[in-house]
Design a protein around this ligand. Sequence first.
Ligand SMILES: Nc1ncnc2c1ncn2[C@@H]1O[C@H](COP(=O)(O)OP(=O)(O)OP(=O)(O)O)[C@@H](O)[C@H]1O
Ligand SMILES: [Mg+2]
Length: 327
Amino acid sequence: MEGPGRALILGIETSCDETAAALVTDDGEIRANVVSSQADLHARYGGVVPEVASRRHLELVAPVVREALGEADATLDDVDRIAVTQGPGLIGALLVGLSAAKAIAWSRRLPLVPVDHLRGHVASLYLRPDPLEPPFLCLLASGGHTLLLDVRGYDDEHVLGTTLDDAAGEAFDKGARLLGLGYPGGRELDRLAREGDPAAYDFPVARVPGLDFSFSGLKTALLYATRDLSPEQLQARRADLAASYQRAIVRALVARVREAAEQSGARRVAVVGGVAANSELRASLPDAALAPLPLCTDNAAMIASAARFAHRLSYPAYLGLDAYASR
Ligand SMILES: Nc1ncnc2c1ncn2[C@@H]1O[C@H](COP(=O)(O)OP(=O)(O)OP(=O)(O)O)[C@@H](O)[C@H]1O
Ligand SMILES: [Mg+2]
């Protein structure tokens, strides 16, 4: 392994309920990628509690950075810049990561690169061993966003479509909740769906104009299908409900991706974000470039990756930097 001397980017991500740190080389090799999820902490509330998340980030951010350095067999002497998620996300959670990044950068007089979380998701495709190069059409489907992006360059993307209500990941999570699968439920729903019949229920997906998405009606349809079932009946139909519900979400996503590819003439299609981990979605887009599984949900390797193509702020220009909750 080539050690010190090769510049490392330290990435920090705290926009939601994952405290994450990673070390990535300038040419996109991941040297360490540590993600500490708070999911268990929030599960009993059925969603992320912002204040609880901020406090936990505060406890975890230093140990997670230390762990990443240890995993990469590096010290801060090997780090040449700090990358950090500036937004969008939970403002208190973001501020913990941003303050930690500023403190580390300031103490070493290193440059800091503020990164947009959504650009970070796209940049999960730019890492080795199989980096993708723009241009491409990108579906970003996560817990908070569903976007169709025309990615023209590393720092140049245009929104072709977005959700008018719930995000795809949110639809998975709300569906999982109705099926008693806990939080966050996308992965569990994916697992349960494998045992069910996707044709058992016909869940409608709203057709909205243009290249936008709408998932809120689907969740209501699932609610109607489940609310009159006894607990025993629900148990017996759960896998079929999960499979049919997942099929409806995946079909809606895939249909829009195909339409957008046709309209824009894109030759390459890519999928990123937590929902990109979905097995049915992955199987439905066999020719697409898919974010590697460990890089679908939030992580800091993608943030460090995005920083490779973004403007760096030198000391002390970044000290006044603020986080932003939405784009
Ligand atoms: N296998 C899966 N199938 C479907 N959904 C999944 C799967 N794995 C994870 N998810 C969903 O992905 C979402 C989390 O993704 P991610 O971490 O990218 O979102 P986020 O960071 O909370 O939102 P954003 O990036 O928009 O701020 C959750 O909604 C989760 O249920
Ligand atoms: Mg995310």
